[in-house]
Design a protein around this ligand. Structure first.
Ligand SMILES: Cc1ncc(C[n+]2csc(CCOP(=O)(O)OP(=O)(O)O)c2C)c(N)n1
Ligand SMILES: [Mg+2]
Length: 619
């Protein structure tokens, strides 16, 4: 057997460089490079290996959580066909990646995490940043990655590496199993050498399959659809990742079945497609939510059916509703006791179209869909044109939406923006709406925007971020400038948490603890003077081009200036926190105190108890 003597780290990098994926006959390298921040746990191991492999690009980030978000956004934008690895030092560098790992895994997006680990040889313990345990030496902080990783391993000897690499690739490239894969790398093992079989470093292409549904179940699904008076399709992120948008359009055009889109599935059809009722669920449109409520058959495609989509299991009220779930993952396909079509979305939608020839929804159903669409269009126009002073968030969304070009991408993750964007943003391209709403992780926005831009530099990226999220993680502006990647960041300042503040108000708690205010020495509470933060100065200090805007007109001009600028630009605009976009025909289960001394809370609890009665479980 021919071998090559390499360190564990060198072998790892050499292997990653030659991994390819292929779907529908199109082949491409899977890894675009490695993000990292060095410390003693990786600098002389992975760091050294990267140094001697300049054609496998190394990207220096500012925060380990952020770099995992950037990698995840890149994978999402690439429909999971490309990914990054992320290397960290031991201890805090490693655990900083855990939130990123959870974000990736929950959203079913591939990222390879390579946290440094403490010495496998143990004689030096405790080393700097090592968590000790009194009951075992077989533990480190990296064990905390286990619940948030789809694959987890620790490489304690160089000769273990090849076996773990094969498993890692199997998981990362599997549409059903993908998420974060973690290989913990003890710092001594990274630098140890072994004679690796050269076979390991030959180009390897992982086929991404399009499995077909079980024939019997597909036939039964066809019967169910043909028997349905009020079918309703929910499109999830899987439709987009599978590149099934065209197949979906053809199916709904032929059958007249309406669709509602989840956060990850928004953009599957253009906003003005006649069958597209747009957002469904807690942050949905009236049309989508009313038809979901009445549906006798829900066809869920590529969705996890999260509580935001199911309105905390209150969305489907038809007494005889049943579900067909088309999903590549058996786990998701079986939710709601559905007829499970464990299969590729595109292949299955194509097959269903053939099998449904001659079936079409009734005229009366079709005309309801059309009138819901007209009504919603008018509602959005009104919300886009409120002319409120200070400007309202829905107006900011409208101006950016109208200014952006069809292929541009809006990026967001947490706060009140996702809810409003889900309802209002008019998508004109399957990759135009990039919302991380599986983990809804504050701090994803700017880091994620960078990942989107790296994945598709031809598109203009609009990151919409609240002041709270910005304060949590804005550091990747520096990384965007380092990489010469221009992103447009629109920072909406409303002096705190509009989202959670509004939620708190609705639950009788009056917005407690959600405003950015100073400690009041008299009350002892956080209800003193408003904290004035100069976000523009902050962004400028990181190297961004900065524009301050107040009015609708300012914002228009700022966007035009940002488009002309080659540097990452931050537009800071103050919005009125209390001028919100309402919810439509939906509900979200956030438990209210069962006993309380506050009258408003007691009242909210009454409403809560009432709403709870509508929750349904499907067995
Ligand atoms: C990391 C993280 N911490 C806490 C939360 C809970 N949370 C959701 S939205 C929000 C406030 C967001 O504030 P901001 O970014 O200013 O947006 P706004 O609500 O004002 O629109 C918080 C604290 C979260 N989603 N993520
Ligand atoms: Mg805010």
């Amino acid at each position: 057997m021919k071998t090559e003597r390499l360190t564990t780290a060198q072998a790892l990098i050499k292997f990653l460089k030659v991994q390819y994926v292929e779907r529908d006959g199109k082949e491409q390298p899977f890894f675009a490079g490695v993000w990292g921040i060095f410390g003693h746990g990786n600098v002389a191991g992975i760091g050294q290996a990267l140094q001697q492999t300049p054609d496998f690009r190394y990207y220096l980030a500012r925060n380990e959580q952020a770099m995992v978000h950037t990698a995840t956004a890149y994978a999402k934008m690439s429909n999971r066909l490309r990914a990054f690895a992320c290397t960290s030092s031991v201890g805090p560098g490693a655990t900083n990646m855990i939130t990123g790992a959870a974000t990736a895994t929950i959203n079913r997006l591939p990222v390879l995490l390579l946290p440094g680990d403490v010495f496998a040889r143990r004689n030096l313990a405790p080393v700097l940043q090592q968590l000790e345990s009194e009951h075992t030496q077989d533990i480190s902080v990296n064990d905390a990655f286990k619940p948030v990783s789809r694959y987890w391993d620790r490489i304690n000897r160089p000769d273990q590496l090849p076996f773990s690499l094969m498993e890692t690739m199997r998981v990362l490239t599997s549409p059903a199993e993908t998420g974060a894969a973690t290989l913990a790398l003890p710092q001594d093992v990274q630098a140890e050498a072994w004679d690796y079989p050269v076979e390991l470093f030959e180009k390897r292409t992982w086929h991404i399959p399009r499995p077909l549904a079980d024939r019997t179940l597909l036939a039964r699904a066809t019967e169910w659809i043909r028997a349905s008076q009020k079918p309703f399709i929910i499109t999830g992120g899987g439709v987009i990742y599978s590149e099934a948008c065209e197949a979906l359009a053809r199916l709904v055009e032929q059958t007249g079945i309406p669709i509602g889109e989840t956060m990850a599935g928004k953009g599957a059809l253009n906003w003005d497609h006649p069958q597209n009722l747009e957002a469904v669920g807690v942050t949905g449109t009236p049309g989508a939510n009313i038809l979901a409520r009445e549906a006798d058959l829900v066809i869920a495609v590529g969705t996890r059916l999260s509580d935001f989509t199911t309105a905390s299991k209150t969305a489907f009220q038809n007494a005889s509703v049943r579900f067909i779930n088309i999903n590549i993952a058996g786990f998701d396909a079986h939710k709601h006791a559905a007829l499970p079509l464990v299969a590729d979305a595109r292949a299955t939608l194509d097959e269903l179209r053939e099998m449904l020839k001659g079936y079409r929804v009734a005229d009366e159903y079709a005309s309801r869909i059309a009138s819901f669409k007209d009504e919603w269009k008018a509602e959005v126009e009104q919300l886009f044109n409120r002319q409120h002073v200070p400007i309202s968030q829905s107006e900011v969304i409208g101006i950016i939406n109208n200014f952006s070009r069809p292929k541009d991408v809006v990026v967001c993750a947490a706060g009140s923006l996702p809810a409003d964007l889900h309802k209002l943003w008019r998508t004109r391209d399957p990759k135009g709406y990039h919302l991380e709403y599986g983990y809804s992780c504050m701090g994803y926005e700017i880091a994620g925007g960078l990942g989107v831009k790296i994945a598709d530099p031809a598109r203009e990226v609009y990151v919409m971020v609240g002041d709270g999220s910005y304060l949590m993680m804005s550091n990747e502006i520096v990384t965007a400038i380092q990489e010469g990647c221009k992103i447009n960041i629109i920072l909406l300042n409303n002096y705190g948490f509009s989202s959670i503040g509004g939620l708190s108000q609705a639950l009788g708690s009056g917005g407690f603890g959600t405003d950015y205010r100073a400690r009041n020495s008299e009350s002892g509470q956080l209800d003193g003077a408003r904290l004035e933060i100069d976000f523009a100065a902050n962004a400028a200090s990181l190297g961004a081009h900065v524009i301050r805007a107040t009015t609708r007109d300012d914002l228009q001009k700022a966007l035009a200036e940002a488009r002309r600028t080659e540097r990452t630009t931050v537009v800071v605009i103050e919005v009125d926190k209390e001028v919100r976009v309402p919810g439509y025909e939906s509900w979200w289960d956030v438990p209210v105190a069962e006993v309380s001394e506050i009258e408003a809370v007691k009242q909210a609890r009454e409403g809560y108890d009432e709403a709870l009665k509508r929750e349904r479980n499907f067995f």
